[in-house]
Every structure is written in structure tokens, then in C-alpha cells.
Design a protein around this ligand. Structure first.
Ligand SMILES: [Zn+2]
Length: 275
């Protein structure tokens, strides 16, 4: 027991005091790690602190404590809002799972989206999905860029319809759960111009003959939109009124596939219906 403790202390010293005394003393006071990050979620912790889940560009998804973040005057300001894009400094602690967040600087403000009820609902869906599908400590550059792109477009256009469809579609695609869009998963008949069918209980798209009761249609227009999403950046696609039905159909299908994969319902999904 004693030996273990001594070894731990030694390992800790090795880590922190590898260079000269003065430099290492200074390093103890300095933040250990720095990363560009997106705030995924925060919860109140005790009376003054906040528990923060963030996706670091170089750290992956990490959870940490922002001490004093709930005090009226605190050093974090509005940086810990959902989906804020920040530069973050934190210290990992040897024995605890949570890191200690030291500082956060706002890189980009999404204030309009964060303070509007309808738009913030869109942000909440992105936040919940990211939180559920991203494994801890695993770097994901494509997801980092996807989240940022979707949030920027919600902020810029003041509408979550297209960004959320794009985000849900690409999340499914990056997850590797996208079914074939051209033929039935059971009998391999090509859909052509006919609708395909899906639900949250099985992966894949079904033809009219193989469809199960309760399945919803994914029409040719929605499948064509998926093809556009696959080949064009969100901020280059102009959202026009006639696209609304297809964007919705594609989003609903993608959200069903995400729910199928994570084996649970998304809490924020029904809020979309009410905005
Ligand atoms: Zn079929």
C-alpha cells in the first residue's frame, strides 16, 4: 500500500518536474492543456460550480468542472453557453475523471441562436445527439467541423430547418449507418421515382412491397436532397420554401436512424414539433 502511494507520488513528480525547478514551479501555475472546443452541455454543480461537457478539437469529448461559474461575477462570462465556440484551458487530475477548467475565451458568438427559443431548440438537438454519439476522449475532426458548420448556419440564417437536416444526415453518414438510398434492403428492387420507407426499429430503406406497418415514406425529393447534402457544403445550399417537406422527411429519417443506433429516444426531438 505504502509502496503504491510512493510510486504514484514519484510518477506525479516525474510528470510535473521533469525540467528545472523554477520552470516546473511555473508550470504548476500554468494551464496544462489548451484546446479549441465546442461546449456541448452544462449542469449546475453544488452551489457555485458548473459541470461542463465539451468537444475539444484535440481532446475529444471531455467532462470538467468550471469552479465558481454559477456566481454572479465569474470569469467565464457567456463562454459556457450551449454550443459556444471557445478556446479552453484545463488541467487533468490524476485520480479524478473530471478535468478542471481554468479559463474559456469566446472565439465565436452564437448569441442570436442561443437566446431565441425556437433556434435554441435546434441547438439543443445538436447538443443532445453529439453528447450521445461521441465517445469520450476520442478526437473527431469531422464531427467538430459538422457541429460548427450547422450552428453557424442556424445563427446566420435564423432558421434551423436546413442546418438540422444536414447535421442529422451527416451524423448518420459519418457514423456509417446510412442505408442504401437507391434500392430496397430486403428484395433489392430499385426505388426509381417511387417512395422508400423506413422506421426507427430497423436500419435500411424498404420498398412498397416489403414495407412494414407504421413505416414512414422517404420520397424521391428527400432522397435527392440527401445526394445534394453528400456533395455540397451546407453554407452553399440556398434554402428555398419548396425544400421544406424534403428537408423535414430526410431529417426525420436520419433522427430515426440515430435513435435506432443509440437505442433510445432523443429527449429534445419532440420540442422541435412545438417550435
Ligand atoms: Zn423490397
Amino acid at each position: 500500500m505504502v509502496i503504491t502511494i510512493v510510486l504514484r507520488v514519484r510518477a506525479f513528480r516525474m510528470k510535473w518536474c521533469s525540467s528545472s525547478g523554477a520552470a516546473s514551479a511555473r508550470r504548476l501555475l500554468m494551464p496544462a492543456r489548451e484546446t479549441e472546443a465546442i461546449i456541448l452541455k452544462t449542469f449546475p454543480l453544488g452551489e457555485a460550480d458548473r459541470l461542463v461537457s465539451f468537444l475539444g478539437r484535440t481532446s475529444g469529448r471531455v467532462r470538467g468542472v468550471a469552479s465558481g461559474a454559477r456566481r454572479l461575477k465569474n470569469r467565464y462570462g457567456s463562454t459556457l453557453e450551449v454550443l459556444s465556440h471557445v478556446q479552453l484551458w484545463y488541467v487533468e487530475r490524476e485520480t479524478r475523471e473530471l478535468v478542471r477548467i481554468q479559463q474559456a475565451d469566446l472565439l465565436e458568438s452564437f448569441h442570436k441562436a442561443q437566446s431565441d427559443y425556437s433556434l435554441s431548440t435546434g441547438l439543443a438537438v445538436i447538443s443532445e445527439i453529439s453528447e450521445l454519439i461521441l465517445p469520450e476522449h476520442e478526437v473527431s475532426e469531422p464531427m467538430f467541423r459538422l457541429i460548427l458548420l450547422a450552428v453557424r448556419e442556424i445563427e446566420r440564417t435564423g432558421d434551423w430547418n436546413l442546418p438540422l437536416s444536414y447535421f442529422a444526415f451527416w451524423t448518420v453518414r459519418l457514423g456509417g449507418w446510412l442505408p442504401r438510398f437507391d434500392r430496397c434492403v430486403v428484395c433489392e428492387t430499385r426505388f426509381g421515382a417511387k417512395p422508400a420507407f423506413y422506421d426507427a426499429h430497423q436500419p435500411g430503406l424498404f420498398c412498397e412491397k416489403c414495407r412494414r406497418p407504421g413505416m414512414k415514406p422517404l420520397h424521391i425529393e428527400a432522397r435527392n436532397l440527401a445526394e445534394r447534402f453528400a456533395g455540397e457544403r451546407l453554407d452553399r445550399i440556398e434554402y428555398q420554401k419548396p425544400m421544406q417537406a424534403s428537408a423535414r422527411e430526410l431529417r426525420e429519417a436520419a433522427l430515426d436512424w440515430i435513435e435506432h443506433h443509440i437505442e433510445r429516444r432523443l429527449m429534445t426531438r419532440e420540442l422541435l414539433e412545438s417550435t
